[in-house]
Design a binder for this molecule. Sequence first.
Ligand code: BGC
Length: 460
Amino acid sequence: MAQQHILNFPKGFLWGTASSAHQCEGDNTNNQWYRWEQQGHILTGEQCGAAANWWKAAEDDFALAEQMENNALRLSLEWSRIEPSEGHWDSTALDRYRAMLIDLRRRRMTPVVTLHHFTDPLWFADLDGFADEANIRFFVRYVTYVVQALRDLCDFWVTINEPNIYAVLGYQLGTYPPGEHNLVRSFQVLGNMMQAHVEAFYEISRLQPEAQIGYCLHYRLFDPATSGSPLDRSIAGLQDMFFNWAALQAGETGRFPLPFNTLLPPIPRASGARDYHGINYYTREMVRFDPTNPAELFGRRFALPDAIRNDPGKDINFGEIYPEGIYRVLKAVYQRTRGNKPLYITENGFTDATDSRRPRAILEHLAMVHRAIREGIPVRGYLHWSLVDNFEWNEGWGVRFGLVELDPLTQQRTPRPSASMFGEICRANAITESIVERYAPEAAEAIFGANGMAQRQVPV
Ligand code: BGC
């Protein structure tokens, strides 16, 4: 009998999906993203509305995740529901979250709970949010309240999702609220968010010493458009450092790299303030030196013309589907942190409404995660973005990340082929030859072949 190929994942590997409150719950009208929408910034002109209806019926989707034999599910809490006005707490909101977490545990899924995923209560935004260091105490007070109330149901916390996206898109590029174009403020926000994470970390550790606590950063690959061009190389390097590594370095050492440390004070007690590294990875961009684009550090970013791509957004270019990138990011984070903590893929996903590229993309990314594990990098879980289509910030319903398709008008769910494939992978805790043959035979050589992706050398 011919030998069957298989990529086994470690025992206890966390398999699941990731999502956020505002994108799924519906009717969140008390945060700055609702105001942004009212101001007409959603590029499709759509409204978040009932979103994926999770406030009323998240459990229906948890049932789909259970059918996929997921053993984890990442969701976020909506601060503006829990503390609708400064210092006023709504215990009914916590009751609803308690019900969701109880339901997840009943279905044998570990809840991975994010405390801040892009949305701020209006009152907090109106106080200048994370741009004012003095406001960090509000975030820490909210964290204390929530952890005291939910620690019997959750012991895996993400304090803040992607401080680098929040700071860069909100304060430098101005495409997310509050829509500013101010590089210095963007770095101050990043610094304050990292400090908020550190303070939240120690608070949660005090309240719940056994908890796993971390934050996630969004990592993108920036490769020079022409590798022989010193200008392209240095601009790509600058973008890489600015976007990917400044926050990680601050999180690790309490100090931002030059030149940002001239603006930002050190963060006390940062080193040691996380139990894992959360990695959100989507794409890579090529970077060409462009003296006419100072707003983006004199770089022009684009996807390789012949790349396999995500469906385009109106604003964000989700760009190239680049599986090697997840390996390169895992390796770089591991090396830069000297392997001090386990790593989790807390997000990875693709915009593909017809699901014509997603099955292959998932398989090839997972093969790259497997490669990292084989090389000794302690990757402990993979959370796919996302379970069902959800309201994609500025892009509205214009791009579709779900394993399960959602019709927002009827709330009808239709699992895409990727959903059943992901279920098979989770059930097997492995990528088998049979899974690859049935869902993306064209990827077999890349995944299992002697010169395949799993073995191929890629630059690090
Ligand atoms: C965010 C998600 C978002 C996804 C796709 C991540 O940066 O955490 O909220 O939906 O990217 O854009």
